[in-house]
Design a protein around this ligand. Structure first.
Ligand SMILES: *Cc1c(COP(=O)(O)O)cnc(C)c1O
Length: 441
């Protein structure tokens, strides 16, 4: 309830809950010490990957990868940037959607779409770039598929006055120009990968000048370019440090839910590599793990077209196709899996973050996969109902709501759900138009 300052008007039915800037959390949360058992160690299958990591990763990023410290203080310069790009993000209650479900659910959405580049990815991009700068790196390099990660790194680089080299999968570079333009607006050096900048890229182009590229090739190029030219490589998801940096969202959400006076029964979200979901869920789950009892239900979903969540196998696999990085134990459909061209670019990754995989294996986090066709219908319904366009990735969490609502109705219960609203879909309207059959003439 809010009473307006300049009148007697009282807004009773609040749907938006802000956290004031002076209450932004000062700590990231690291789940490693609270896991039910210790995380399987990375394996150096080629004998070269650990050496490579020592050279190309910022020192602090590598250190945090194995840290057993539970709460890690966020440097002041980073907090200042977090505030600038839109943190703390609001939690919005999906009241109109609740009505659709006959009011058996209370739905709270943590709106990571409210940041400058429209997703949660900036939460870790800022940290990686900051630590690269602290190491006096000449530049940062990274890969990007559809461009969400690349644009977050480009934004972070602009705010820390770093040069960014982005290797963008060649097909996306030509087919999805808007996030490329976004990166260019931020002053990044964007290259279609395979590129002319590395030996590896030049070799591939020599064989096939129209090589479509892949995320694996782009990772290899980004790592090699950093290694040979005094830069640092920025990792986008999956790894422990990246998830920890992104927990700023979950730390905020915890304060917000306490302030609202609600304790979610369910925490749900989507999984590309696992970072946005883990970042929201872990501060809540960690507390339950420390108490030794997990009451809440944790459900995460991916896409049927890249079915690592429900059809993946829990084993050691390479995080990258080029096999440069150490092997990690995770749910995977194979690093050589060639994903169909689905529009939720952020969900095309072949494996699930090691910490999240461990929790899935223990039955603490449940998994689902939904098809693009089903998901896009939910996205349209959501837009019509709530007035907000979800990213195609984010829309993959909506069918979980349907399932929870049905269960609640059947059992005559009321449930509270917190959802990681990872991003908006305003740069994905062309994809929605394709699948939903809008007139494109
Ligand atoms: C990248 C992305 C994802 C998936 O990545 P995670 O590492 O699993 O968070 C989900 N939603 C949006 C909007 C994205 O940009």
């Amino acid at each position: 309830m809010i009473k307006l300052r300049w009148s007697t008007f009282v807004v009773k039915d609040l749907v938006r809950y802000d956290l004031s800037q002076d209450r932004i959390p000062e700590f990231w949360y690291n789940i490693l010490p609270d896991l039910p058992e210790s995380l399987p160690e990375p394996k150096d299958a080629t004998g070269k990957s650990f050496e490579t990591l020592k050279i190309v990763l910022p020192t602090k990023v590598l250190e945090y990868e194995f840290s057993q410290e539970r709460f890690i203080k966020i440097p002041e310069e980073l907090l200042e940037r977090y505030l600038q790009v839109g943190r703390p993000t609001p939690i919005i209650r999906a009241k109109r959607l609740e009505e659709k479900f006959d009011n058996v659910l209370k739905i709270y959405m943590k709106m990571e779409s409210y940041t400058y580049t429209g997703s949660h990815k900036i939460n870790s991009a800022l940290a990686h770039v900051y630590y690269a700068k602290n190491d006096n790196a000449k530049f940062v390099s990274t890969e990007t598929g559809a461009g969400q990660w690349g644009s977050a790194v480009s934004l972070a680089s602009a705010l820390f006055k770093m040069k960014a080299y982005v290797f963008m999968v060649r097909t996306s570079y030509y087919a999805k120009p808007y996030r490329k333009y976004l990166m260019m607006m931020y002053g990044a050096n964007v290259n279609p990968s395979p590129s002319e900048l590395t030996d590896f890229g030049r070799e591939l182009l020599l064989k096939d000048p129209n090589h479509p590229g892949s995320l694996g090739i782009a990772i290899s190029e980004a790592v090699k370019y950093a290694m040979d030219n005094g830069g640092k490589y920025v990792v986008g998801s999956v790894v422990n440090s990246d998830i920890m940096f992104k927990t700023i969202a979950g730390m905020e959400a915890k304060l917000q839910m306490e302030e609202i006076g609600e304790d979610p029964d369910y925490i749900i979200g989507v999984v590309g590599g696992g970072s946005n979901y883990a970042a929201l869920a872990y501060p809540f789950l960690g507390e339950e793990l420390r108490k030794g009892k997990v009451r809440r239900k944790y459900i995460a979903s991916g896409s049927t077209e890249v079915p690592k969540m429900t059809k993946g196998i829990y084993k050691y696999d390479f995080p990258d196709t080029a096999m440069i990085l150490p092997q990690l134990k995770m749910y995977t459909i194979g690093s050589d899996f060639i994903p169909p061209p689905i529009y939720a670019g952020g969900l095309r990754y072949h494996a699930v973050a090691p910490t999240l995989s461990l929790l899935m294996n223990k039955g603490i986090v449940e998994a689902r996969d939904y098809s693009q066709e089903e998901t896009f219908k939910w996205a349209k319904m959501f837009a019509e109902t709530e007035g907000y366009i979800p990213a195609p990735e984010t829309a993959h969490a909506l069918p979980i709501l349907g399932e929870i609502a049905e269960n609640a109705k059947r059992n005559k219960e009321k449930k509270t759900v917190l959802i990681s609203f990872s991003g908006h879909g305003l740069l994905d309207l062309g994809n929605y138009a394709d699948v939903l059959g809008f007139d494109k003439k």
